[in-house]
Design a protein around this ligand. Structure first.
Ligand code: DX5
Ligand code: ZN
Length: 219
């Protein structure tokens, strides 16, 4: 697969929160495909990011789908709230939802695409019985909680293994990789079977974020 067909989802976590409107406009005018929105609760991960009011503020300006990544315990409590706040894709962690199958059904019933994320220590084989039900798997390539961490190399083989499982169970599956993504690993991730890449620091800390997004898109 060429990078051209790859979804690029810049992570707002690394943007300038004091200038959210202009950051949104930059993304609207760039080759970015989605807005990646990281919600952290200080319980599932050792950091707190932002919640509904900020997501609603982003939604006012975002002209592209909102890809909301929940790093919170018991995400099932807030499915309707995230829909109302503007989420188009809602991803929950396998490690954080006891009744994952029910949670996925509720996300879809609420009118969103449903994703499941796994931490670096979680095997992709644990997704086998939910794979046919979901639109997306978000493979964490760092331990969730913070932007700006280094990419974990074991991710490539996880992506390959999942793409192989998906070829049988869910050929349309979107495989998204999140954490430490940059121009050194993007190509190899796509070659392994990823078709969506999240990038925070690499995009927003670069001199020309829109150009950095184009370079990721080109591969
Ligand atoms: C980490 C978040 C990521 C993060 C990525 O917990 O889920 O989306 O913002 O940031 P970078 O690209 O800087 O690793
Ligand atoms: Zn994320």
């Amino acid at each position: 697969m060429k990078n051209k067909n790859v979804i690029i989802a810049p992570s707002i976590l690394a943007s300038d929160f004091a200038n959210l409107q202009s950051e949104c406009e930059m993304l609207n005018n760039s080759e970015a495909d989605w807005f990646h929105i990281d919600v952290m609760d200080g319980v599932f991960v050792p950091n707190i990011s932002f919640g509904m009011p900020v997501i609603k503020a982003i939604k006012k300006h975002a002209k592209k789908p909102m890809d909301v990544h929940l790093m919170i315990v018991q995400p099932e409590r807030y499915i309707k709230d995230f829909k109302e706040a503007g989420a188009d894709i809602l991803t929950v962690h396998l490690e954080a939802s006891t009744h994952l199958h029910r949670t996925i059904q509720e996300i879809k019933k609420a009118g969103m695409k449903a994703g499941v994320s796994i931490n670096p220590h979680t095997s992709v084989t644990l997704l086998e019985d939910i794979l046919a039900e979901i639109d997306l798997v978000l493979i964490m390539s760092v331990n969730p909680g913070f932007g700006g961490q280094s990419f974990i190399e074991n991710t490539y083989s996880k992506v390959e293994e999942l793409r192989e499982m998906a070829s049988v169970l869910n050929p349309e599956l979107i495989i998204e990789v999140d954490g430490g993504v940059n121009s050194n690993n993007a190509k190899e991730l796509v070659a392994a079977g990823a078709n969506a890449l999240v990038a925070g620091s690499f995009v927003f800390k670069s001199e020309n974020p829109a150009q950095t997004i184009s370079s990721l898109k080109k591969g």
